[in-house]
Design a protein around this ligand. Structure first.
Ligand SMILES: [Fe+2]
Length: 347
C-alpha cells in the first residue's frame, strides 16, 4: 500500500500571494488544509491511505487558512479543512469556504449536537479545558473555574495567551453562564492571580509547575497524554508527572469542552475522495486513533477514551451549546484586552 503523504510546513507568505503559488497536487488525491499539527493527524492519514490506497497531501497553516482558500477562489486545491475550535469551524462556514455534506455514514457516526445542522462542519473529537495542579503543592482535588479568581491563588496560576482560541472558548463560556459584567470581574481576578505574563503553549504551563513557578495552570486534556508518552522530547514526561488533572465544575455544570472537526472545502476538486476521508475520520478505526494516539475524546457513541485519559478521571462535559460559546467569543476577546490579561499580574 502506498503511504505517501506530502507535507508542506507552515508558510508565512501573505494569503494574497497564494493564488498563483497554490501547490499542484495530482487528481484523485485528497488535499487537506489543516490548523492541526501534522504529527497529530499523520497516524489518521496513514490509516486512511492504507485502507483506501488514496494519497493525502497536507498543507499545515498556523493562521490565515480561510483567507488563503478565499484568495485561491475557484481554483483552490483544498478538499478538506481540519481544524480545532467551534469558532474556527463556524468562521469557515460564515466565510463561505465550505460546502454542505449530507452523508448517511457521517451523520450516523457524529451526534447531531456535534455537527452543523446544514452539514458545513462536523466535530470529530472533544477535549476538556481542565486545571493542571501541582501534585506536590496543591492538596485540593476538585476546583471550579470561578475559584481560579479567588485571591487565595494570588501569584500561583499560569496560562497561555488570553487571546488564544482555547482560552477564548473558556472565557466565552464564562460570559454565557454569568453575563459580561460577572465574567469581567472573574477575568480580572484570574489576571490578578497570574504568576507571570501569559506565554507559551499549554504544555509550557505544566513545565512551569514542575519548575515551581506556579501551582495551577489551565490546559487541554490531550496535552497531558501527549506529554506522558512523548518519546521525542522525553523531558515532557517529567512535566506531566508534576501535575494532576482537576476537572473543573464536575460537581455542578461540568467542565468546558471544545471540539476538533472537519469541513468539505467549497470548491473541493476531489470531492468523492474527500468525502471518503471524512467518512473514515468519523468511523471506528479513526476514532480509536484519535483516542489512543491523540488522547482526545472520540465523538462516535460507544468509542472509549484511552486508558491514559481515563486515568485522569471521568469528564462531565458542560452542556452549554457550542453555538453559545461561538456567539460569546467576541465579547470574551474584548474582555481579555479590557482587563489587560496579557499584561499579567497587577497589584
Ligand atoms: Fe492543541
Amino acid at each position: 500500500m502506498r503511504m505517501s503523504t506530502t507535507m508542506i510546513g507552515a508558510l508565512s507568505i501573505t494569503a494574497t500571494l497564494f493564488a498563483s503559488a497554490a501547490p499542484v497536487w495530482a487528481d484523485g488525491e485528497v488535499n487537506i488544509y489543516s490548523y492541526r499539527q501534522p504529527d497529530l493527524i499523520q497516524p489518521l492519514l496513514d490509516a486512511f491511505t492504507k485502507e483506501t490506497g488514496i494519497t493525502t497531501n497536507v498543507l499545515f497553516l498556523d493562521k490565515g487558512l480561510v483567507e488563503r482558500i478565499q484568495a485561491e477562489g475557484a481554483n483552490s486545491p483544498a478538499d478538506v479543512i481540519l481544524t480545532v475550535d467551534i469558532s474556527r469551524l463556524t468562521e469557515a462556514k460564515d466565510a463561505g469556504v465550505t460546502q454542505p455534506v449530507a452523508n448517511e455514514t457521517i451523520n450516523k457516526d457524529i451526534p447531531a449536537h456535534f455537527r452543523d445542522p446544514d452539514g458545513n462542519w462536523f466535530g470529530l473529537t472533544t477535549r476538556g479545558r481542565v486545571v493542571y495542579a501541582s501534585k506536590e503543592r496543591v492538596t485540593e482535588n476538585d476546583i471550579t473555574y470561578e475559584e481560579l479568581a479567588d485571591p487565595k491563588w494570588k501569584g500561583k496560576i499560569c496560562t497561555r495567551d488570553g487571546q488564544h482560541s482555547y482560552n477564548i472558548g473558556l472565557f466565552a463560556s464564562m460570559v454565557a453562564h454569568h453575563g459580561e459584567a460577572e465574567a469581567e470581574k472573574w477575568l480580572t481576578g484570574l489576571r490578578n492571580n497570574l504568576a507571570k505574563k501569559p506565554d507559551g503553549g499549554d504544555r509550557d504551563q505544566a513545565k512551569a509547575i514542575l519548575a515551581g513557578e506556579c501551582d495551577l495552570a489551565i490546559g487541554n486534556t490531550y496535552y497531558v497524554g501527549l506529554m506522558m508518552t512523548n518519546e521525542k522530547e522525553p523531558e515532557q514526561k517529567e512535566w506531566a508527572a508534576a501535575i494532576k488533572v482537576l476537572f473543573p465544575n464536575s460537581k455542578d455544570r461540568g467542565t468546558h469542552v471544545n471540539i476538533s472537526g472537519m469541513a468539505l472545502a467549497k470548491n473541493a476538486p476531489n470531492k468523492d475522495n474527500a468525502i471518503k476521508l471524512m467518512e473514515f475520520l468519523s468511523e471506528g478505526e479513526a476514532q480509536k486513533i484519535y483516542a489512543e494516539q491523540v488522547f482526545e475524546y472520540p465523538v462516535l457513541p460507544g468509542a472509549e477514551p484511552s486508558e491514559i485519559v481515563k486515568s485522569f478521571g471521568t469528564i462531565k462535559p458542560d452542556t452549554l451549546p457550542l453555538a453559545d460559546i461561538a456567539a460569546n467569543r467576541k465579547k470574551a476577546s474584548e474582555l481579555v484586552d479590557k482587563v489587560g490579561y496579557n499584561d499579567g499580574p497587577q497589584d
